[in-house]
Design a protein around this ligand. Structure first.
Ligand SMILES: [Zn+2]
Length: 64
């Protein structure tokens, strides 16, 4: 299974268990683990340009 490093805590997790942060108009994507996601989300929500960010739960499209 593919792994990604959490951009917040620096630990590696299975990508299926992570939430990715896409910024509008940019090609890079940041990944966060579920433990860090609430803190990161509230940080991003306080930004004046928070509407440019989109969160994607990586494993959600595989939920069956
Ligand atoms: Zn983390």
């Amino acid at each position: 299974m593919e792994k990604q490093i959490c951009a917040f805590c620096g630990r590696w997790y299975d990508i299926e268990a992570m939430i990715s942060l896409h910024e509008d108009g940019k090609t890079f994507v940041l990944y966060y683990c579920e433990g860090c996601f609430p803190a990161v989300k509230s940080n991003v929500a306080s930004l004046p340009y928070s509407h440019l960010f989109k969160w994607v739960k990586e494993g959600s499209h595989n939920d069956k």
